[in-house]
Design a protein around this ligand. Structure first.
Ligand code: BG6
Ligand code: MG
Length: 214
């Protein structure tokens, strides 16, 4: 299968790098402290959704009600744990497969941008040595609605001057696949709960599989 596209918009966490693991560890630490059950399956529902929306999903299993002020403190606590984990990241955490695929896509003339719900996007890209690589970045600081709303992908396409129909999105989140479709883009699933979610246009075998279909 081949897709005729001019641009590729990448999700960050769980696509460009494995920071989805760190999100899980940081939420798990908070959930354990609060005595709330949390596992990898519940974690899949947090993929692509904002920090506060993620917290609400975790609190579905809480036995006590928390005030807005407490919730904000919990979100900050999680983010502090998460940022501590991010600090250890370096360019060595960008795999050769991802790096070489990105370079080859650029050589083939594609515009490459990021569409992530994370407010830590730029920090992470700097850590892994991709701070200046992408043609544009749209992230959690640009949007009011996180995935499955199409806002972040439409924002990313606009920043690179592309029509949504000319963009393919790479996502590990079902919410991200839904956002891409709502934006009128081609949705490519890579791992996570995006894989075989039923709304994707194509399931990537691995990141480098992009070179076979674009
Ligand atoms: C997304 C992750 O990329 O970013 C979500 O898949 C996360 O799990 C969201 O909640 C927001 O991230 P951050 O870094 O702003 O807390
Ligand atoms: Mg993701």
């Amino acid at each position: 299968m081949k897709f005729q596209k001019k641009a590729v918009i990448f999700d960050l966490d769980g696509v460009i790098c494995f920071t989805d693991r760190f999100h899980y560890q940081a939420w798990k630490a908070l959930a354990d402290r609060l005595g709330i059950y949390f596992d990898e399956k519940i974690n899949d529902r947090l993929r692509g959704v904002s920090r506060m929306a993620s917290l609400e999903i975790i609190l579905e299993r809480a036995t006590e009600a928390y005030t807005q002020e407490q919730k904000e403190a919990f979100a900050e606590e999680k983010n502090n744990t998460y940022r501590e984990l991010l600090k250890n990241m370096s360019p060595a955490d960008l795999t050769d497969e991802v790096k070489n695929t990105l370079i080859e896509l650029r050589n083939r003339g594609y515009k490459l941008s990021i569409g992530s719900s994370s407010k830590n996007t730029k920090f992470i890209l700097e850590r892994i040595g991709l701070g200046d690589f992408f043609d544009a970045i749209a992230d959690g600081t640009d949007i009011t609605h996180s995935k499955p709303d199409p806002e972040v992908f439409l924002c990313s396409a606009k920043k690179i001057g592309m029509d949504p129909a000319d963009c393919a999105v790479v996502e590990d989140a079902k919410a991200g696949i839904q956002a891409a479709k709502a934006a009128g883009m081609t949705a490519l699933a890579l791992h996570g709960d995006a894989e075989n979610c039923g709304e994707e246009d194509y399931n990537l075998v691995n990141f480098a599989d992009l070179l076979n279909i674009l």
